[in-house]
Design a binder for this molecule. Structure first.
Ligand code: CMP
Length: 140
C-alpha cells in the first residue's frame, strides 16, 4: 500500500479535556507519523467553510459552533494507507457504534462532540491538508 497523508483534527471537546497527547499516542502506536501539527482557534468562517459539504444538514450550525467553542489541533498524519488507517483508529462517527479501543469509543462525548475528524478520501485529504497547511509546514 502507498504512503499517504491525511488531515486530522483533534476537536474542542478533546482539547478541553487535555486529551491531545493520549490521542496522538494512539495515532503513533498505529504507525501514523504526525508530520505537521498546530493548535489554533477556528473562526465561524473557517469552520463553516471546512464543513461546507454539510451545509444543508440539520446539525450544521451546531457543528460549526462546537468546532469554534475552543482550540483545535490540526495535524497531518502520514503512513501506509494513512486515510483508512486513521479512520480505523478514530472509529465510527457515532461513538455508540465505534469499535472498542478506538479514539471515539474511548473519548467521544456524543455523535457531534466526537473528539476527532479525519479525511475520508484521497481527494478530500489533499483539499483538507491544503486548507490548513502550506507545503513548507509539513516535515516528514
Ligand atoms: P466529522 O468526522 O468531523 O464530520 C462531520 C461531523 O459532523 C462529524 O464528525 C460530527 O462531528 C458531526 N455529525 C455527523 N453526524 C451528526 C449528527 N447526526 N448529529 C450531529 N452531528 C453530527
Amino acid at each position: 500500500m502507498a504512503t499517504e497523508r491525511t488531515l486530522s483534527i483533534i476537536k474542542p471537546d478533546a482539547t478541553r479535556r487535555n486529551l491531545t497527547g493520549r490521542i496522538n499516542a494512539l495515532f503513533e502506536e498505529a504507525g501514523l507519523r504526525i508530520v505537521a501539527q498546530k493548535r489554533i482557534r477556528l473562526s465561524d468562517l473557517q469552520a463553516g467553510a471546512f464543513y461546507e459539504v454539510h451545509k444543508e444538514r440539520p446539525f450544521y450550525a451546531s457543528l460549526v459552533s462546537s468546532m469554534t467553542a475552543g482550540p483545535v489541533v490540526v495535524q497531518v498524519l502520514e503512513g501506509e494507507g494513512a486515510i483508512l488507517k486513521n479512520r480505523s483508529v478514530m472509529g465510527a462517527t457515532d461513538p455508540k457504534k465505534a469499535e472498542p479501543n478506538t479514539v471515539r469509543a474511548q473519548f467521544a462525548e456524543s455523535i457531534e462532540a466526537n473528539s476527532v475528524h479525519g479525511s475520508d478520501s484521497p481527494e478530500n485529504a489533499a483539499a483538507e491538508i491544503a486548507f490548513f497547511f502550506a507545503g513548507t509546514e509539513i516535515l516528514p
